[in-house]
Ligand binder design. Sequence first.
Ligand code: PAP
Length: 326
Amino acid sequence: MASTEGLQAYEEDNLLLSLPKEKGWAARHLCLFQGFWCPSAFFQGVINFQKHFQAKGSDVIVATVPKSGTTWLKALTFAIINRQRFSSSHNHPLLTSNSHELVPFLEFVFHVDNIQDKLSHLSNMTEPRVFGTHVPFPSLPKSIKESNCKIVYICRNPFDTFVSHWIFANKINPHSMHELTIEETLEKYCKGILGFGPTWEHMLGYWKESIANPNRVLFLKYEELKEDVNFYVKRVAEFLDCPFTEEEESNGVIENIINLCSFEKMKNLEVNKSGTFDRNFEKKHLFRKGKVGDWVNYFSPAMIEKLSKTMEEKLGGSGLSFKTSS
Ligand code: PAP
């Protein structure tokens, strides 16, 4: 007789086989699951995350559109939450670990066969636990939606997000990306075909939830964070119910966090300059220019028209808009 685990794996394999498929770009193979393009390599992780993750009310989830500032927001959130545990700027964990290692993606965490070991490890973690996810809001596990845990979300203007993703995909998948021009890739992007896309649906899902439940979801944009990081670091701390005290402010705690997580600081750390991460991609690829408006160096007039039209179609009337230059 088949074991429960065996039966479950068989059902998941069958489900995966039955789903519509597309070739991705940063993620090579995609399957359309619950309305989003799930990287096939993480399908099992997403399913396990949905089925088994037990949220605690004190958890913090950093939810993001890929290539929109995840590495930065994970670092800031980790530093804000743990500022009493790690008050010295000399031996802070962010100096020796990449923020993705300190704030792991739950869909990657659950990409394992031995769920019980994983669950007991997760339940013993120091609280508040901070996790990341790229999973769209409607597909988050029930236990997150039904608990009081807080979600900090970030997205970025689609022009820069696309360019960042395109360059990243070329670095990590040079062979398969050779087959696709930037124009063809933009076509896919506009159709929503990329890992965890369509990007519009991703943004709108969290956007609507942040309006309906502003105490549960804080909606941030990369451009705004760049423009006034001091304001948003305070905003995140307030949202997470750990506002900075006057004493902390006057002692420069906010500035220290901002500097520790700045693009220049993180990019030049030994831990981020070498070594690989997750699916074996090099950590240095997470840090490129960190600028608003770099897309102008890659977009032709036809591409500008294509993406502007798509954004109008998909986001028009939602109240969600972006700055595209600094
Ligand atoms: P991920 O989805 O693979 O985790 P993510 O961190 O969301 O990537 O996005 C990477 C972008 O954030 C890169 O943008 P660029 O390609 O336009 O340069 C990267 O440079 C930028 N980035 C990484 N760390 C920081 C930081 N500390 N401050 C500002 N931007 C950053």
